[in-house]
Design a protein around this ligand. Structure first.
Ligand code: MTE
Ligand code: MO
Length: 338
């Protein structure tokens, strides 16, 4: 009797710790994933490798979690909704990790009508909700004794295992991806943030308002253009390096005799808008050509923004107006809302 009690007790302890570590890995996965998907500049820390390492650590823990799950499902005292929730969580986690790993190989982009990244993010959001619900069912509270020497040693072994697995994955499977997790494309794809359709702007009808001045296309093209290379990195998980011809916003504003306020608002003919800080305008471009040719309608003809080091959603297409604004650049939604 006593021995059996002790065995059960120890198994429960193990399950608790596995759950704790899985919970921490989930939090780390969400933070590194969000970070990699919003931050466009290379940090000393490769967020997507941390993201992958977290996922692989979850897989390394799977055999232990499997024992815990089997015990839970076999337990007649557990209620059916709780069991269903566990299975849903398991499914969502596997879809999240699977879609992420497959995406990183760059070989598959869509599954049916959805992109892999939509599946990845959708399943991850579902998994987070399921974890929250799951935790209401049985809350795992860390205890002092959780961090004993043996536990820390195991954690170190897990970390080393995840590091080795990540290196192996990066070497053999995930080729060419950036620190954002995006995979390379030889050509740009036509894409939009939510549902801005392709605008067919007539060159003759179009003009760009900068402050009080209206520039027609010829006047824009007469401004001092420079040719440069920049990577468009879309949050849907691909990037492409291209040569662009464009004029710096700082030069354009000078030409119009406009002082930026705290920022400038760049607005498309569709209403899609982003605010760029006054201090960044040397490094944000109004571009009229890619690869030596005028932009196509899909890519923003007659003029679009190219903002090196910022994710694709900053690269406003079909620009119609550029206006000084008193809005500080941080006072806009992190992601566009339309
Ligand atoms: N007006 C407008 N500009 C936009 C978008 C949009 O929805 N509307 N989508 C942005 C996003 S999310 C990306 S990744 C790039 C895609 O540019 P491309 O279609 O030339 O590849 O355009 C950006 N510019
Ligand atoms: Mo994008």
């Amino acid at each position: 009797m006593r021995a059996r009690f002790r065995v059960r007790f120890r198994a429960r302890q193990g399950g608790r710790r596995v759950d704790l570590v899985l919970g921490l890995l989930l939090v780390a996965g969400v933070l590194t994933g969000l970070g990699a998907n919003t931050i466009g500049v290379n940090w000393p820390l490769d967020l997507i490798q941390l993201h992958a390492a977290g996922a692989l650590a979850v897989l390394l823990l799977a055999p232990w979690k499997y024992v815990v799950i089997r015990r839970g499902l076999g337990n007649p005292r557990q209620r059916r909704p709780a069991k269903a929730l566990s299975l849903a969580l398991l499914f969502l986690v596997l879809v999240t990790i699977g879609s992420g790993l497959v995406h990183s190989t760059g070989r598959v982009e869509d599954v049916g009508p959805l992109t892999l990244m939509q599946i990845h993010v959708g399943a991850a959001v579902g998994a987070v909700l399921a974890v929250v619900a799951h935790f209401f069912g049985h809350w795992v509270r860390p205890r002092r004794t959780d961090a004993d020497r043996r536990a820390l040693l195991r954690l170190a072994v897990l970390g080393a295992g995840a590091a080795v697995a990540t290196t192996a994955w990066d070497t053999w499977a995930a080729t060419g991806r950036r620190f954002t997790g995006s995979v390379p494309k030889p050509a740009l794809e036509v894409t939009s943030w939510i549902n801005d359709g392709i605008q067919r702007v007539e060159a003759g009808q179009w003009s760009l308002r900068v402050g009080e001045t209206a520039f027609d296309l010829d006047r824009i093209l007469a401004l001092p253009h420079e040719r440069f290379t920049a990577i468009l990195d879309c949050t849907s998980g691909w990037y492409s390096s291209q040569e662009w011809d464009g004029v710096r916003l700082s030069v354009l504003l000078d030409g119009a005799g406009v002082e930026p306020g705290r920022s400038v608002e760049v607005r498309a003919v569709t209403g899609y808008a982003r605010w760029f800080g006054a201090g960044t305008l040397d490094d944000v471009w109004l571009v009229t050509a890619v690869g030596g040719r005028a932009l196509s309608p899909g890519h923003g003809f007659p003029a679009r923004i190219v903002a090196p080091g910022r994710r694709g959603f900053w690269w406003v297409k079909w620009v119609a107006s550029i206006q000084p604004s008193s809005r500080p650049p941080w006072a806009q939604s992190v992601f566009p809302l339309s």
